[in-house]
Design a protein around this ligand. Sequence first.
Ligand code: SF4
Ligand code: SF4
Length: 211
Amino acid sequence: MSLPGRGLAKGLAVTLRTMTRRTVTQQYPETPPELVPRSRGVIALFEENCTVCMLCARECPDWCIYIDSHKETVPAAAPGGRERSRNVLDRFAIDFSLCMYCGICVEVCPFDALFWSPEFEYAEEDIRDLVHERDRLREWMWTVPAPPALDPRAEEPKEVAAARRTADKLAAAQAAQAAEAERAAQEQAAQGRDAQGRDAAEQPRDGEAGA
Ligand code: SF4
Ligand code: SF4
């Protein structure tokens, strides 16, 4: 059974603790605030990864992502193959005067083309300037913090494993090429020595013939 007034006493204790806590004023803008790395400041676009799938624009609850694109035909990779068509990005913009920083677009992007940056100093005098076009969204990429290190016991990510396999194959091919070049150089040098040896062996005979 709870004592009467216990809740009130607990509330007062919290109030007293807060009242007596030392206040700290952050001297912004002289001292930049210490933000947590995953702060939602602004959205950055890594447009090389964007396939114009439109998922982010469709899922955005505020309809503040504007994407324009056109189709291009890619010739067949091999003779007899089929031509393919692909989307080419013409415009990618986010209106930060409408954005509510919910993060849905970043979450749904299947190709890792959108990232959060902790940058927040982009206030504008004209609200229309809060529409960030693709160049500006691309610039924000340089302010995106590196992802945290993986747990040492975690499985190697598929992308990293694939990249490592490709790098290993490339290194093996380069090593084989270098070994082949060295073998060819040694053979050439050996042939050169043989030719010199033959010349040297023939020279006395030439001398004898002259005598
Ligand atoms: S954070 Fe939310 S509101 Fe802002 S652009 Fe992305 S989906 Fe739209
Ligand atoms: S969801 Fe990702 S890949 Fe698709 S259009 Fe948006 S940014 Fe581009």
